[in-house]
Structures are given as C-alpha cells and as structure tokens.
Design a protein around this ligand. Structure first.
Ligand code: KIV
Length: 273
C-alpha cells in the first residue's frame, strides 16, 4: 500500500465526523474482486467474521481465526482505494484481556494495512476499547445482537423487546459510545431503541437490522446480492439474485460442454502459420 493510497481512503476520524449527516454507507467485503466492485459506492468496508459462515460454510462465526481475518483483510486492502477498511477481531482474540486485544489488533493493523478493527461487546468491553484507542488503534464497536455470543444467547434473535433488555443494551450503547470507539454497529434491535441511542451517543451508529434511525447502514454483501442463500435474515433487502444467476450460468455451461457446443472455434487456439 502506498502512502498516497492510504491518504485517499476515508479515515475513522472522517467517518466519526459524518454523524448526523448523509447516512454512512457500509458493506462487508472478503475478497479483492468484491472489494474493487464495492469500493466506489461505500464509505466503509468491513472484513466481517461473517466470512466464516458466508465463505467457509461454518455454522457460526465462533471458529473463525485471526489468521483467516488477516488473510482476507490483506485481500480486501488490495482492492480498495477510497473506503475506510475495518477488520473484525474474531472470537477469542480480544475478550480475555485488553493486552491480548492490543497485541492482536496490532497484528491486524500491521499485517493488513487496514484502518481500524471491530470488536463485539457492551459495557464489559469498554475498558478494552479505551485501552486500544489510547494506544493508536481505532475501534468500531458492535452491540445489540452479537453473533459471537451465539452460544450464551441461545441463538440469533433481535434484542430490545423487554424493559430489562432495553436497560441492558442502553448501558452497553452508552459505555461503548463513550469509550473512544469512532462508531458503533447496532445489530438486530428495535427502532425506538436505535433512535434513542443515535440521539444520545456522540459517535455514529451503524445499523444492521436496527431501522433507518441510525447514522449509517451495513449489510452482509452476499446477503444483499443474493449470493448467500442458506438463511436470509428478515432485515435483509436483496438487491439482486446473483446466486440464482450463477446457477443458471453453470447449468448453461454444463449443457454446452456435454453437447460439445463449447468451446467453439472462437475459443480455440490454432497453430500460428
Ligand atoms: O461479521 C459481520 O459481517 C458483521 C456485520 C454483520 C456487522 O459483524
């Protein structure tokens, strides 16, 4: 990555300054070609640990490793010119202590060249975010539905439906929002809560299944492109059906190969005379 390249990209500081303005556009990216396609349309690209499920067919994000995140972070960085790139810290790489979080966040930043890391967690992670940001590591928070906690939460379900739940996630949002994080992802929660938190916390809220009240929106690209069909959450709008179209293209190719309609002369090398 050249110095000029890094200066062209939106920085976490500039993303933070977008609070209350034009909504911040975010998508996930895991590979160079997809990053190249999305970059010009987005403000922020997230190398999400959702790649475990979307690319590797895992049942959850729990088994995703730091090495996987770094490999995909490097791939995405090769395709990005203007978006701010954030790489997810995977399960087990930051929860144990703020020192472990620091060491692993440094690896992510140094080895990928990305702009920031994201980590899941509410009040219990606030001290870690303070520690990282004070030491030069920009952090994107993630509260509400936290996929890495699937085993303790007993599944993936939206939160904020009872007074007790609202009280808990309000504390989480305030703690993370005031910890030095440059923005906070709020996943899978009710509109009233997202609206209240967007008004209260000093940094942008990036919603995923958290209504239009947030300062920005993020979706898993493969969901919105119709490439990941195992499960589509209710909050996902599918802007295309690329998975269906890829299947149709593969069927057409298979048919052509079987009846020798491909390759034709056009696709065949002849000896130069
Ligand atoms: O891993 C991921 O893709 C995420 C987004 C869904 C916010 O955390």
């Amino acid at each position: 990555m050249s110095a000029a390249g890094s200066q062209m990209r939106l920085t976490p500081t500039r993303i933070r300054a977008m609070k209350g303005g034009t909504p911040i556009v975010c998508l996930t990216a895991y590979t160079t070609p997809i990053a190249r396609l999305l970059d010009e349309h987005c403000d922020l690209l997230l190398v999400g640990d959702s790649l475990g499920m979307v690319l590797y067919g895992m049942e959850s994000t729990v088994a995703v490793t730091l090495d996987m995140m770094i490999a995909h972070g490097k791939a995405v960085m090769r395709g990005v010119a203007k978006s701010c790139v954030v790489v997810d810290m995977p399960f087990g790489s930051y929860q144990e202590s703020k020192e472990l979080a620091y060491r692993n966040a440094v690896r992510i930043l140094q080895e990928t060249g990305c702009d920031a890391v994201k980590l899941e967690g509410g009040g219990e992670m606030a001290e870690t975010i303070v520690f990282l940001t004070a030491r030069g590591i920009p952090v994107l928070g993630h509260i509400g539905l936290m996929p890495q906690q699937v085993h303790t939460a007993g599944g993936y379900r939206s939160v904020g439906h009872s007074d007790e739940e609202v009280a808990k996630i309000r504390l989480d949002a305030e703690a993370v929002g005031n910890s030095g994080a440059f923005a906070v992802v709020i996943e899978g929660t009710v509109e009233t809560f997202a609206r209240e938190m967007t008004a209260v916390i000093p940094v942008p809220t990036i919603g995923i299944g958290a209504s239009a009240a947030c300062d920005g929106q993020i979706l898993v690209s493969d969901d919105m492109l119709g490439l990941f069909n195992d499960f589509t959450p209710r909050f996902v709008k599918r802007y295309d059906e690329l998975g269906k179209r890829a299947g149709e293209a593969a069927a057409a190719y298979a048919g052509d190969v079987r009846c020798r309609a491909f390759p034709t002369e056009e696709y065949t090398f002849k000896r130069r005379s």
